[in-house]
Design a protein around this ligand. Structure first.
Ligand code: NAD
Length: 346
């Protein structure tokens, strides 16, 4: 057993089909009287159906938490004297709650409806002037998270698949994080198992509550894994590629198998655990095959990357690399990106 440091993040998790019915009681338990409800326009109807007597509603959350929209949401929180943010939606919506909490310290109650896992982390991100600033702050960690798989029954197949692969990526990197620990490794391995087992069933029948429950359980474990460990080369590459306008979850899905191949020899124990959890002798190929089976885009070329930008992306990834099991060097990173660009079997 190697030495480790483990910091548990304090959040209350309420999980189960129909769990959203407990939302009023959970708001009371936080002592909140003036709730600001936050969603994207797409989830506004779902939020309306919850029947919460809110002090205010901000239903214009968008991707990438642009500062202009964040300022509007913060102003509304102040105007209605909110004492709690209830966020209902995917990572983009959770991001708005976090941006408000960062500024005001308001508690967040999160009701996630995708597999992003953001609800379990202290990581926030706000876009300003074309760049995304990110950081970690305990203030933005939701106090309570209600996972209700019934709210995910309408999550489209393509979004479910991409968001699920994003969650698998969180688990994979937690397994070889420089600040990993045995508890998180257990959770991350189980997270990959649950997601790999459930996503094909979710795609076959998005209304199957059992499959949706297992996928959401995996997403919880994935969020908790990334919440207390550092990310490595894979997330760095996806962050850089996000700057080229590539979609978040799909980018994760395409890059992950190639990042695993890159790190395979330097992180044998992580690879052994991934192999076990997907029941495949080669984790990189196994993850690549899962993405293919889920019908996800397999080539960066398919999601808007330009070949002439590969070198710039590789340089950016190497300029300020995150700690990674294998040394991050330009030629090897460029080769990784070229393989992901072409969608090669890793
Ligand atoms: P998203 O929140 O942008 O949602 C994707 C789409 O799905 C949206 O159009 C949304 O309206 C729709 N949708 C959400 N739930 C639905 C449901 N149940 N039924 C039907 N449609 C639904 O995407 P995401 O992948 O959840 O989140 C991505 C964002 O989260 C990125 O900006 C990423 O940076 C951030 N993120 C942050 C963290 C963190 O720890 N801070 C972790 C992961 C992701």
């Amino acid at each position: 057993m190697l030495a480790f440091i483990y910091t548990a993040l304090p959040s209350r998790v309420v999980f189960g089909a129909g769990a959203v019915k407990k939302l009023p009681a959970e708001i009371d338990a936080l002592g909140a009287k003036r709730v600001l409800l936050i969603s994207t326009p797409g989830r506004a109807q779902m939020v309306g159906a919850l029947g919460i007597n809110a002090a205010g509603i901000f239903d214009r959350a968008v991707m990438h938490t642009p500062i202009e929209m964040v300022q509007e949401a913060r102003a509304l929180a102040r105007e209605v004297k909110a004492d709690c943010c209830v966020v209902v939606g995917g990572g983009s919506t959770v991001g708005f709650g976090k941006a408000i909490a960062l500024d005001s310290g308001l508690p967040i109650l999160a009701v996630p409806t995708t597999y992003s896992g953001s609800e379990m982390t202290t990581i926030w991100g706000v876009s300003e002037g074309g760049a995304k600033k990110t950081g970690r702050d305990p203030k933005v960690l939701p106090k309570t998270v209600i996972y209700d798989p019934e709210l995910t029954l309408g999550l489209p197949a393509a979004t479910s698949a991409a968001s699920g692969m994003n969650a698998i990526a969180h688990c994979a990197e937690a397994l070889y994080a420089h600040d990993g620990n045995p508890i998180i490794s257990l959770m991350a391995e189980e997270g990959i198992r649950a997601l790999a087992a459930s996503l094909p069933r979710v795609l076959a029948n998005g209304k199957e509550v059992e499959a949706r429950s297992e996928a959401l359980y995996g997403a919880w474990l994935a969020g908790a894994s990334i919440g207390t460990t550092s990310v490595a080369l894979h997330h760095k590459l996806c962050h850089v590629l996000g700057g080229f306008g590539l979609p978040h979850a799909e980018t994760h899905s395409i890059v992950l198998p190639h990042a695993l191949r890159f790190n395979a020899e330097a992180a044998p124990e992580a690879m052994r655990r991934i192999s076990t959890s997907i029941n495949h002798p080669d984790p990189a190929v196994g993850i690549w095959e899962i993405a293919k089976k889920l019908g996800l885009p397999m080539r960066l070329a398919d999601i808007g990357m330009k070949r002439e930008d590969l070198e710039r992306a590789a340089k950016a990834a190497c300029a300020a690399p995150y700690p990674n099991p294998r040394k991050v060097e330009y030629d090897a990173v460029l080769a990784l990106l070229a393989h992901a660009y072409e969608g090669r079997r890793p």
